[in-house]
Structures are given as C-alpha cells and as structure tokens.
Design a protein around this ligand. Sequence first.
Ligand code: SF4
Length: 433
Amino acid sequence: MSGIFAVSSNENIIDDLFLGTFYLQHRGQQYCGISTFDGSSLKIRTHRGLVRETFSLDLAGLDGKVGIGHTSLKDRQPLKLDSKMGEFTICFEGNIINKDDLISKLKKEGHSFYTDTDIEVIAKLIAQGDDFVDGIQRMAGKVRGAYALVLLSRGKIYAARDKHAFRPMVIGRKNGAVVVTSESCSFVNLGFSIERDVKPGEILEIDGPNLETRKIIPSSFTQYCSFEWVYTANVASTIDGLSVDIARRNLGVALARRYPVKVDIVAAVPNSGIGHAIGYAQESKLPFDNVFIKYDYASRSYTQPTQAERDREAKVKLIPVPAKIEGRSVVICDDSIVRGTQMKNDLVVKLRKNGVKEIHVRVACPPLKAPCLYGVATRSKAELAAHQKSVEEIRQYIATDGLAFNTLEDLGEALGKPLNQICVSCWTDEYKV
Ligand code: SF4
C-alpha cells in the first residue's frame, strides 16, 4: 500500500509537499520520498522511515514550484529515470500482476533492470512513448493490475488512474495551486478544497495551476476498492464522492439492523472500528463507550510488512479500560478479521481478564477469503481465517459469545454503489481484472 501526492503552483510548494506527503503516512510507513523541480533540475530524496522524522530536518535544497511525494510499505519512490523525453521522476500506488512477464519481455528487447519493482517496469514502459501521455497510454495497454501514478518532468506533472479506478485519486485546488493525491485528508489542512476525483482511465497534464485532461482510456466497468471505505483510507477523506466516515457509519447501521443483540454497551476496536461502532450504537440506541484505547504512538498493525511485526504491534497498540469492561456485556465492532489471532490472543484475553460479562463481535465487511491482487495487502489465502473456517468455527476459535459479518449486499448498499462497479474480490475470491 502507498500514498501519492503531487502539487503544482505559482509559488514555492515545499511546505505543502512535505505536509501533504506526511498526511498520507497511514498508507505506508516503511519508506517515503519527495521530488521537486527547481526551474532547472529535478531533485529527488528518499528515506527509510516516517515522513516527519526523516524529512523535517532534511528539506534543504528541495525548493520548487512543483513536486511529487510518496509514502510506501514496500519500496523507495519516487524513481528517477532519464529518457528520450528528458529526465523524469515517478511514483505510484497499486500492483502490476503481470510484472514478471513484462520484465522478461523488456529484457529481451535489450532493457536492463536495476530492481524488480513495479515502479521500474512502469517507468520503463512509459519511457517508450513518443511523449509522456503517449507513454502512459502505452503502459496502460500492457499492464494488468491497478495503478494511480504521478510523474514529474520539466516543471510539469502528469497524473493517471487506471481504467477500473481501483486506487483512489482526487484533485484539490486553492488559489494558484492544484494537487492530485490519493486522499483528500492530505490537503484540507493546507487550504485546498476538493475539485473532483480523477476519472477512471484519465490522464492529466498539470502546468502551474492549470490542469488539463489529455486522455481518457475507456472501460465498460469500474472496480473502486471497497476496502478503502471499510479500513484503508483516513476517516476524514472523501473517496469517489463518498465520505469514509459516512460509509463506516452506514456499515455499522447495517450490522445493527441485521444482527441486533441485547448488551450494555457498543465499543470499537480503535481506530478503524470507531465509525462502524458509532453507526451500530446510533441505530440500536445503545450507548457507545471505550473499552480499548489505541496508544497514539503505535503504528497501524495491518500495514506492518511481516506477520511477526504485525502481531507485536497489534498487542502493543490497544490498552484496555478496566472501568468500562467489568460486569458489562459488550458488542465490539471491528473493520475486518484477517487471521483472528489478534481477536483471540489479545482483545478477548484482555476483555475476559478485566471481567467482561459477554463479548459479541460485529465485523464491518464480509469474511475475508482471498488475497488482494491490486496493491492493498500481500496475504496468502492460507493466512485468512475465513478461507478455511465457517463463521461459527471462527467464533469458536476467537472464543466470543457472538460473531457476525456484514453481507456483501449490505456492503454495496452502505457504499451506495452497485456491486458490479466496486471491487469485492477479497470476499468473493473472484477477480475481474
Ligand atoms: Fe480492495 Fe479487496 Fe479489491 Fe484489494 S481485493 S482492491 S483490498 S476490495
């Protein structure tokens, strides 16, 4: 998973670029990078670690009126390449499923590779074009998978979203400046307002504060990633016209309608379960209360690169609130259940130890059955509890008094989108692309 941020202005953008990239930290915490154009040359700097920790004292020499930024879970971006169109820097979010085939074809054509990353394949395919728009179009015709990308060359930005629109991409504007980014939460504090989402298949050219649609690659269907609204995106973002916060409340409301239960309080697995729990509490007219507090300095467990790191971070991040637990029956809402081990070995243990009366779990999305091929997570089927177990078997495994998941139909209704226009592959194990 990653976040991309691009900004172009009549004035120096370095503060907006730094903060905009920082506000995408939740999309990737392993690497970050920034590239700017100072009027004569392209600058690029990447770090291992968090944006604020690594860049706040390392922005010298990166001034410019145009720039791109990246946060990542798996590799350093932006990447810089020299081509017949001149030097460019590029970063992307997504996953190229046929990367290995493309690399071997490119090698046969005489290309050499420095890494085996998706971004190097994308950059080399784009570099074959007559110009950047043509290059992006040619690349789009060859790759299978999902991408949202921004490219910087000679003071201009090119931005593109794949024709199925898997990954989110939104345009923001303020006086004399324009941004294109993964999420709107990255720009609201910088004074930008949402202009619109990047359309499926759209290729944009940005010059100063001016933005032009250069091409739209057609497709008969979209595949907006449903998991963005369920878990991935920041709750303050609006994605493809739907507020993440409202989507999460809708999912909680659907759970309360389909799976009511008599309990004392509704609680959340913080932070991503909070919106779902508030929706459940409002619909069922039960009080919402905190039984766990997320420690502010812990990372996002789902986005840690290894299972051992995810397990350790999951255990560290949630602190129980004993006064709210003892002698009470609780409905606890979570965004999803991946393996079920965090629920079983951490949450349920902490709740029982603190004298909970009953635990009923409500999950905002259907049981996760299949890996994501489009850039969100790299889990194998074998890791997913619902791949091998029924809902009742998962309930027994996590040792709770009740367990229920939203249905696919309720998910589509909560997001206000037809099921054939959103990606639901992680629940159906069927891939349309
Ligand atoms: Fe999103 Fe799941 Fe589809 Fe991946 S498989 S794009 S996480 S809905």
